[in-house]
Write a protein that binds this ligand. Structure first.
Ligand code: NAI
Length: 364
């Protein structure tokens, strides 16, 4: 088995616990991974004066593959999101989030199997914002008024929502290519083109153009985002691959995770042309951080995606098999899953769950 060097950004909050669990499980899978540790986040800010040091970016660029625990983003004030900065700097334009039922995980449905493809570089996430009362906000308000496009209250803060032809074509092409490669039948584009005609309208127009190239191979349809949400919770089996502008994809990811048992089991990846950074959908969960309560499944399944990406298909499949077997047995499940299943059984700690997973891998 080839040896791979992977950058590990442990993150903060529960990231410290889930990343350690993930490393144990990857080691037990037989994959030969050398971890290169790289810091980011609040503690890194205190130590290095920046939440995302250049050396961390360089480590990901050098190794091409990284796995990252969640990183806390201060609300309202403080540094901007490290996650967003990492995606931008490394041009990780795809956010890929498979949503798959795991029997025994307490999902609302037992047959969810869909893939979220979220645009990762623009939309309201672009970080182009003007503080209420700032010179920029005042100028923009004045410009909008004079252009005849409408009026904005003078005491408004403003976030800009750019959606480009380039980024839309790239993400929709990725969704179709993913569908072809993985034998998926349909791509659905979710949008609000009826209201935001020049941003979401452009997204839909370009998605339809790209879809024409795949006619006869992969089906295409589209849904307005609010109706999409209702359809998803009522019958997730009607969806296959779904492509979203950034913000809707962010929200829909958590919604879809809720259908299969919650954030504790939802994996993901940020993918660019040169590098890929794998990470769970969930955040740093400050409410349970440091208590050994976190469910590490999401980061462990993200590591399985990473092993697929590295060509270590067998080790990836062994991990997924072990996860399914631990959930099916139901003896060592973390508190989030006990709540989702409505079970009164004692919850396992993060460590106990990981022990069970490692034992399942070693018993193979
Ligand atoms: P969150 O995902 O951290 O937590 C939401 C709820 O889900 C909490 O009740 C938490 O306890 C629970 N939860 C999440 N992951 C869990 C797990 N693995 N096991 C058991 N329970 C779990 O979302 P929240 O509270 O909105 O964000 C907290 C911080 O994380 C914020 O600073 C946010 O910006 C950051 N964040 C970072 C992300 C990343 O690094 N990729 C992604 C999302 C949020």
């Amino acid at each position: 088995m080839a040896r791979h060097t992977v950058t590990l950004i442990p993150g903060d909050g529960i990231g410290l616990e889930t990343s350690a669990a993930m490393q144990r499980v990857v080691a037990a899978s037989g994959a030969d991974i050398e971890w290169e540790l790289a810091p980011a986040g609040a503690a890194c800010m205190e130590e290095h004066g920046t939440p995302l040091p250049e050396s961390t970016i360089e480590a990901v660029e050098r190794n091409k593959v990284a796995i990252k625990g969640p990183i806390t983003t201060p609300v309202g004030t403080g540094f901007r999101s490290v996650n967003v900065a990492l995606r931008k700097t490394l041009d990780l334009y795809v956010c890929l989030r498979p949503v798959l039922s795991i029997p025994g995980a307490g999902g609302r449905y037992e047959d969810v199997d869909l893939v979220i493809v979220r645009e990762n570089s623009e939309d309201l996430y672009a970080g182009i914002e003007f503080e209420e009362g700032s010179e920029g906000a005042c100028k923009l308000i004045d410009f909008v008024e004079k252009s005849g496009a409408g009026s904005i209250r003078p005491d408004s803060g403003i976030s800009i929502k750019p959606i480009s032809v380039t980024a839309t074509r790239n993400i929709v092409e990725y969704a179709f290519e993913y569908a072809l490669k993985h034998g998926r039948k349909k791509v659905t584009a979710a949008h609000k083109a009826n209201i935001m005609k020049h941003s979401d309208g452009l997204f839909l127009r370009e998605a339809r153009e790209v879809a024409k190239r795949y006619e006869g191979k992969v089906a295409f349809d589209d849904k307005i985002i609010d109706a999409f949400c209702m359809s998803l919770v009522m019958d997730p089996s009607q969806f296959d691959v779904i492509v979203f502008p950034n913000l809707y994809g962010d929200i829909a990811s958590d919604l879809a995770a809720g259908l299969v048992g919650g954030l504790g089991i939802a994996p993901g990846a940020n993918i660019g042309r040169d590098c890929a950074v794998f990470e769970a959908v969930h955040g740093s969960a400050p409410d349970i951080a440091g208590k050994n309560l976190a469910n590490p499944t999401a980061e462990i399944l993200s590591a399985a995606m990473m092993l697929d990406h590295l060509g270590e298909l067998e080790a990836a499949e062994r991990i997924r098999r072990a996860v399914r077997s631990v959930y099916a047995r139901g003896e060592h499940l973390t508190a989030d899953i006990r709540r989702a299943t409505g079970s009164g059984a004692t919850a396992a700690s993060c460590t106990e769950f990981t022990d069970a997973l490692v034992a399942a891998l070693e018993a193979e």
